[in-house]
Design a protein around this ligand. Structure first.
Ligand code: ADP
Ligand code: ADP
Ligand code: MG
Length: 448
């Protein structure tokens, strides 16, 4: 096992990873930008190393500075968390060249799944159902027009290098297609450095269901059930739960089997998530694979009792999985509310500033993963996630009742947050009945 690892991230996920390392008896190195000198993840680590100015391109995304930090501190492995460098196959490869273990999948698996237009083809070949759409990247307006007519409007134009809910556009009719392609290409180029686009049929009222996989370097792959991430604003998740009210045991088995086929097709190792859309006929379609730990992994940990981050670290150290599929049992229900520093009344605009008061909820069935505290300066440079509030109950009703109670206990002052939005959601009869879709929030909250 490793003696020391570096966590190339900040905020709640950096602390989450360090907690796993600490339980495994591994020393931790934090890295920090100039804006994060006093951040909690820096204080939590055994040692900390500065990596540059506040803008992420000069620090958390700057590969030479991160490698230098690992070399200087003698870290044997790097955990990238989510976002930042976590799905950058070049970074994973640079780690390999420097003799540092990247705690994640192989560079080849990251690359094959990261080019989303190409991943669809890999999945189709592996027998995994994909959303109807273009076979790969669209190369001309004429080709796009022909394909969109075949697929049927409305279609989505999606950036092949996209992520984080960005780079997706709805096209309702043929006359909008050429202009949408042009705009999407320009946006994708500036946001992701890659202007490649592909088309997908726009599913009207789908649910977002994803399957967690863990695969070791000895050929074992297990699935840890599903999460439902249908509650989104602007295609970004805000509340997740496990299991999903939409799945029967048969559907869960079928989706899990497809997820294993997907992982096998790219010889996947480490933790990963296969994202699917599920329509109201019970048909599911591969959307993409996230080749990293996800924000919402905690709900799966609550219902399985498996520490996904510790497994990731063990897998990277070459250990076989410590359990097999028959030992995975789903118990009870878990819900996660993302408490973001943003204003739901102002189109979810980020709300940077100083946290003046902060009291965490506690008690039975409550878990909080957070990188903030009293006095925290919420930076405009980074993601607005302040805390993940997770509750567990024997059933969904108990998880909701605990979430309602925990949201009431949670005191945050100084910045606007999504806390009250979540509190209203807990009282929504459709949410309580599990009648969800990816349009749920947009139908209720202006600007979502
Ligand atoms: P990202 O890489 O940004 O996460 P995804 O492909 O996972 O992009 O899509 C993000 C979200 O956009 C999904 O969770 C879903 O709500 C919506 N979406 C994506 N593709 C479709 C589609 N074909 N039809 C309807 N909604 C979609
Ligand atoms: P998850 O898929 O784990 O639920 P999110 O979609 O919320 O997570 O993304 C996690 C973080 O990673 C967010 O900060 C998001 O903005 C960022 N992110 C994910 N993919 C990309 C990408 N391709 N480019 C830039 N940021 C990304
Ligand atoms: Mg996604």
């Amino acid at each position: 096992m490793f003696k020391k690892i570096l966590v190339a991230n900040r905020g709640e996920i950096a602390i989450r990873v360090m907690r796993a390392a600490r339980e495994l008896g591994i020393k931790t190195v934090a890295v920090y930008s100039e804006a994060d000198r006093d951040a909690l993840h820096v204080r939590y680590a055994d040692e900390a190393f500065p990596i540059g100015p506040a803008p992420a391109v000069h620090s958390y995304l700057h590969i030479p500075n991160i490698i230098n930090a690992a070399v200087q501190t003698g870290a044997e492995a790097i955990h990238p968390g989510y976002g930042f460098l976590s799905e950058n196959h070049r970074f994973a490869d640079v780690c390999r060249i420097w003799g540092i273990t990247f705690i994640g999948p192989s560079p080849a698996a990251i690359e094959r799944m990261g080019i989303k237009a190409q991943a669809r083809e890999t999945m189709r070949a592996a027998g995994v159902p994909v959303v109807p759409g273009s076979p790969g990247v669209v190369t001309s307006v004429e080709e796009a027009e022909r394909l969109a007519a075949e697929i049927g409007y409305p279609v989505l134009v999606k950036a092949s290098g996209g992520g984080g809910g960005r780079g997706i556009r709805i096209v309702e009719s043929p006359d909008q297609l050429a202009e949408s392609l042009e705009r999407a290409r320009r946006e994708a180029l500036s946001a992701f450095g890659n202007g490649d686009l592909y088309l997908e049929k726009y599913l009207r009222n789908p649910r977002h269901i994803e399957i967690q996989v863990l695969a070791d370097t000895h050929g074992h792959i297990v699935t840890l059930g599903e999460r439902e991430s249908s509650l989104q604003r602007r295609r970004q998740k805000i509340l997740e739960e496990a299991p999903s009210t939409a799945l029967t045991p048969e559907l869960r088995a079928a989706m899990s089997q497809a997820a294993v086929a997907a992982a096998r097709a790219v010889e996947y190792t480490s933790a990963g998530t296969i994202e699917f859309l599920l329509d109201d006929q019970g048909q599911f379609y591969f959307m993409e694979m996230n080749t990293r730990i996800q924000v919402e992994h905690a709900v799966t940990e609550m219902v399985t009792g498996i520490d996904i981050v510790k497994e990731q670290i063990r897998i990277a150290a070459g250990e076989p999985l410590s359990f097999d599929q028959s030992q995975v049992e789903l118990r009870g229900w878990a819900i996660e509310c993302r408490i973001n520093a943003e204003d739901p009344d102002q189109q979810f605009r980020p709300s940077p500033g100083t946290v003046t008061a902060w009291e965490l909820p506690a008690g039975p069935g409550v878990r909080v993963d957070s990188g903030a505290g009293p006095g925290t300066q919420v930076q405009p440079f980074y993601d607005s996630l302040l805390a993940k509030l997770v509750t567990w109950g024997r059933d969904r009703d108990e998880a909701i009742a605990r979430m309602r109670r925990a949201l009431d206990e949670f005191v945050i002052e100084g910045v606007k947050t999504t806390r009250e939005l979540h509190r209203r959601l807990m009282d929504d009869p459709d949410f309580q009945a599990g009648r969800l879709s990816t349009n749920f929030l947009a139908e209720r909250v202006p600007g979502a």
